[in-house]
Write a protein that binds this ligand. Structure first.
Ligand code: 2AM
Ligand code: CA
Ligand code: CA
Ligand code: CA
Length: 262
């Protein structure tokens, strides 16, 4: 486990927010839910978790700015450091009682994700990574899977959301990929998808039209577990473009080629 001051602050904040989420997970029927866009829900639980994270992280680092899914941007006096926060990644799962959701917090310094924490309070899995310090699940050091052939791989993807994204392109990609891999999965939490690539559970993951808070922590996680992450063109503009493709070096390359051919 990483015990730097930065990670300690992040872990304390996500654990506290996680306790709030778990209380609400037990009372999902009573939660107030509103709709932000087509199939895009936000609940009182998202907001409560974000309140906890905002309070804890501001207390610990009063000068840092924030980029949060629900409140948006809150500038700090320190231009270099920004918390990128998804208070509940996988809201739809959460609202359906599916225990596959997470809190995702990243520290981005001068545009570069430096540390990430992704916590699923439903099963107490805490994923932690910091640049140069490795990636961990609870106390276990993580390493991406070593498979070398797509035919042996379990690949995870995101789906285009209702009203957003190119459904036709996705269907073409799915048609190509499903013929070449051992299994395809979709979980509904992009942050956990990246954490699970870092943990070697998924050999690869791709999704488009994501927001920085879905990915920032996961990028550090995959890289520190020895994996490759890029945008869909193989470049570095992941947070800018909102596309992500992750896996070990070989599988990342092969999957990128395959998706391009679709
Ligand atoms: P969320 O639960 O924090 O909104 C699933 O593939 C990913 O897409 C999740 O990270 C999820 O984050 C996000 N997501 C789910 N439904 C969405 C929608 N309708 N619009 C935008 N993002 C969505
Ligand atoms: Ca959301
Ligand atoms: Ca999200
Ligand atoms: Ca969210």
């Amino acid at each position: 486990m990483i015990r730097s001051p930065l990670i300690t602050v992040m872990v304390q904040a996500v654990r506290k927010a996680g306790r709030a989420l778990i209380r609400d997970f037990g009372e999902v029927e009573q939660l107030q839910v509103s709709v932000k866009g087509p199939a895009d829900f936000v609940s009182a639980a998202d907001r409560k978790s974000e309140d906890v994270l905002f309070a804890e992280l501001s207390k610990a680092r009063p000068t840092y700015g924030f980029l949060m899914e629900e409140r948006g941007r809150v500038d700090g006096t320190d231009d270099a450091n920004e918390w990128v926060v998804d208070p509940l990644d996988g809201t739809t799962n959460f609202l359906h009682g599916i225990p596959m959701f997470a809190i995702s917090v990243a520290l981005v310094r001068n545009g570069v994700p430096m540390a990430g924490v992704i916590f699923n309070p439903a099963n107490d899995e805490l994923f932690v990574a910091e640049v140069g310090q490795g990636a961990y699940l609870n106390d276990r050091r993580l390493r991406v899977a070593g498979r070398r052939k797509l035919a042996e791989c379990v690949v995870c993807c995101g789906l285009p959301h209702m009203g957003r994204g190119d459904h036709e392109q996705f269907n073409r990609e799915l048609g190509v990929v499903q013929r070449q891999v051992a299994g395809l999965r979709r979980t509904g939490s992009a942050a956990l998808d990246l954490a699970w690539v870092a943990a070697g559970r998924f050999d690869a993951f791709w999704e488009r039209k994501l927001a920085p808070w879905d990915m920032a922590a996961g990028l550090v996680m995959v890289r520190e577990a020895g994996g490759f992450v890029s945008d869909m063109d193989g470049g570095e503009k992941i947070l800018e473009k909102g596309d992500v493709l992750a896996g070990n070096e070989l599988i990342h390359r092969d999957l990128q080629r395959l998706l391009k051919s679709a």
